[in-house]
Ligand binder design. Structure first.
Ligand code: HEC
Ligand code: HEC
Length: 364
């Protein structure tokens, strides 16, 4: 009996020890292929008020050298076939990292896409809190930021290049080989390193500290005006605007789920990825932060203003299946008064962080 117990204890210690070591190893920066001079500097990200700590990325920890490389790549047109387009072309900081107020983006060949460019901030938490492997893009077509970045580079209606060609250009560039070496400790430049560097930079784009954050999480009652507070009240009331079931009360202003919000678009969204007809028309619930910079709205950018969005939920949205149950429970629409609609719009604007547009860490 004691012997059996003893082996259990040993087994437990072994397993326990093993798990702990793995965790420690996983948290070390990526190791070099050769040489011992590789010492990337851990990147200390300042988290704005209202957001939780950044989730650990054991396989791709933030380093000063990696983020710097990712930033250069993000704004470099070298990633497109004819050197005319960078990630930043369609994700402009001055528009909350969306495409310059355009409804749809145009790729290097002049081909126009069918989805509205998405804002890029607080993306590290999408990975942490999404409940499925469908995370990035309107339709959940990418699982993590590393794999996401391949799509725009090789997409014929975006940067239209091939990975071997991009890697070739980077290898023959006067600066990149040294920068990759500093970031990843290796003389070679691989697709994995390219993706990791872009993802590192993207994870540093964080946005919080808005008046709503101080009201809600700082318990500062003065942070909102009476009208904005009425708007928030409508936002969380099930018998009124009832937005919070999908967009949450923060900190991300989305529950990162995929839902059908009553639109009449023929784009099947998540259904394209899962091939499940029940997912047709579902899109990732977007964050409501920084909306004043990111118009137009929805996956197809069909609304130019927040007033139009609120009127859509008030009276335009389909309120029968396949719309989400949160919508079908208000079969007659929201029946908000003009004053209430204005209050709701005023509230939406309290989630504005203008430092996102001026933060030099995100400059090219
Ligand atoms: C031609 C314009 C264009 C270019 C260039 C472009 N993007 Fe995008 N990006 C978009 C559009 C449009 C979407 C939404 C696509 C969809 O959901 O189908 C998007 C979505 C994304 C998302 C998903 C965000 C989320 O919340 O799920 C990320 C991340 C992203 N892009 C990063 C990049 C990176 C990194 C590059 C450069 C390698 C890049 N983009 C280049 C237009 C562009
Ligand atoms: C059933 C879940 C659900 C409810 C309830 C809901 N939304 Fe949405 N919301 C979504 C989804 C999903 C999208 C994206 C739909 C698309 O792209 O077509 C969206 C998009 C938006 C957008 C566009 C954001 C952008 O970046 O393009 C705004 C603004 C918005 N909702 C505000 C609201 C407000 C205000 C309410 C309450 C009146 C509300 N939502 C209620 C799920 C919901």
């Amino acid at each position: 009996m004691n012997k059996v117990l003893g082996s259990f204890v040993i087994l437990f210690l072994l397993l326990h020890g093993c798990t702990k070591d793995d965790a420690i190893i996983a948290n070390l920066p990526p190791q070099p292929d050769t040489g011992s001079t590789f010492k990337p500097t851990p990147y200390l990200l300042e988290i704005p008020f209202g957001l939780p700590p950044l989730p650990l990325q054991p396989n791709n920890p933030l380093t000063v050298e990696g983020v710097e490389l990712g930033r250069k790549l993000f704004f470099d047109k070298i990633l497109s076939r004819d050197l005319t387009q960078s990630c930043g072309s369609c994700h402009n900081q001055l528009f909350g990292f969306t495409d310059n107020g355009k409804r749809f983006s145009m790729g290097i060949t002049g081909a126009v896409g069918v989805r509205n460019s998405m804002p890029l901030f607080n993306l590290a938490w999408v990975e942490q809190f999404a409940r499925t492997n469908h995370r990035f893009f309107w339709d959940g077509g990418a699982t993590n930021l590393e794999s996401q970045a391949i799509d725009p580079i090789i997409n014929p209606i975006e940067m239209d290049d091939s990975l071997p060609n991009v890697l070739n250009k980077l290898r023959n560039h006067p600066q990149y080989p040294a920068m990759f070496k500093k970031a990843f400790g290796s003389d070679s430049i691989t697709t994995a390193m390219l993706m990791k560097a872009l993802a590192q930079f993207e994870r540093t784009i964080v946005s919080g500290g808005t008046r709503f954050d101080y009201y809600r999480r700082g318990f500062n009652d003065e942070a909102l005006t009476p009208q904005e507070k009425r708007g928030f009240d409508l936002y969380v009331r099930e018998d009124k605007a009832d937005c919070f079931h999908c967009h949450s009360v923060g900190p991300f202003m989305s529950d990162f789920s995929f839902r059908h919000n009553g639109h009449q678009s023929t784009d099947v969204g998540l259904g394209r990825i899962t091939n499940n007809p029940e997912d047709n028309g579902k899109f990732r619930v977007p964050s409501l932060r920084n909306l004043v910079f990111t118009a137009p709205y929805m996956h197809d950018g069909r609304f130019a203003t927040l007033e139009e969005v609120v009127e859509f939920y008030n009276s335009g949205a389909i309120r029968t299946a396949p719309a989400d149950p949160v919508l079908t429970k208000h079969p007659h629409g929201l029946e908000l008064t003009e004053a209430e609609k204005a209050d709701l719009v005023a509230f939406l604007k309290t989630m504005t962080d203008s430092t996102l547009l001026t933060n030099q860490k995100y400059f090219p």
